[in-house]
Design a protein around this ligand. Structure first.
Ligand SMILES: [Fe+2]
Ligand SMILES: [Fe+2]
Length: 191
């Protein structure tokens, strides 16, 4: 059974692939020609949706475990949640921009290295410390909770919602349902 690290790692690799494509030189002709602005917008939407679900699940289950199980868990979690809050603000702004706006590329060029740094902070600093604290059964259980939380997580960044685990667990499904209605109306997240 996959454990928490397998599940989060799969998300990280998927997010990194999107960052690589979005960070690529758009003027350079690939075999398919330069990426069309609408394709970049769709990819940015997919990145936003996947990141929103991933970070919500981490905030509900992963960071509370880090706080609970590691002696310096609060410090580690606070730093990560600060990075996640900054990312949500950037993605919420990106969501409102057209790929033709100059700010779209400016924002992406700031967001991409920050997102990579956040992933490497989690995997390089936090995971090794937590891996030695959790039993295999606990790591699997946490993975199960994260996978379930992602299924009912918001699909839009909500930078003004405090990243409080209990609040997210209580309000998350209703917020997620409202997000999905807005997604459907906007054709967001569809290929
Ligand atoms: Fe995160
Ligand atoms: Fe993560």
């Amino acid at each position: 059974m996959p454990d928490v690290f397998d599940i989060l790692r799969a998300d990280h690799r998927e997010i990194e692939q999107m960052l690589t494509v979005l960070g690529g030189d758009t003027t350079q002709a690939s075999p398919d020609g330069p990426m069309r602005p609408e394709t970049r917008k769709k990819l940015a939407e997919k990145l936003t949706i996947e990141s929103a679900k991933h970070e919500a699940a981490e905030e509900e289950y992963f960071w509370p475990t880090v706080r609970d199980r590691l002696p310096d868990g609060d410090r580690l979690a606070d730093h990560a949640v600060d990075q996640e809050t900054a990312a949500k603000q950037a993605l919420a702004r990106l969501d409102r921009l057209s790929p033709d706006d100059a700010e779209f590329d400016e924002l992406l060029s700031e967001y991409i290295p920050a997102a990579r740094e956040h992933i490497s902070y989690e995997e390089g600093t936090v995971w090794p410390a937590l891996q030695v604290q959790l039993t295999a059964a606990e790591a699997e259980e946490l993975g199960k909770n994260i996978a379930s939380a992602k299924k009912i997580a918001p699909t839009r960044p909500h930078p003004r919602t405090p990243p409080d685990p209990n609040l997210l667990k209580a309000a998350g499904p209703a917020v997620a349902a409202a997000d999905k209605v807005r997604d459907a109306l906007a054709g967001r997240g569809e290929n």
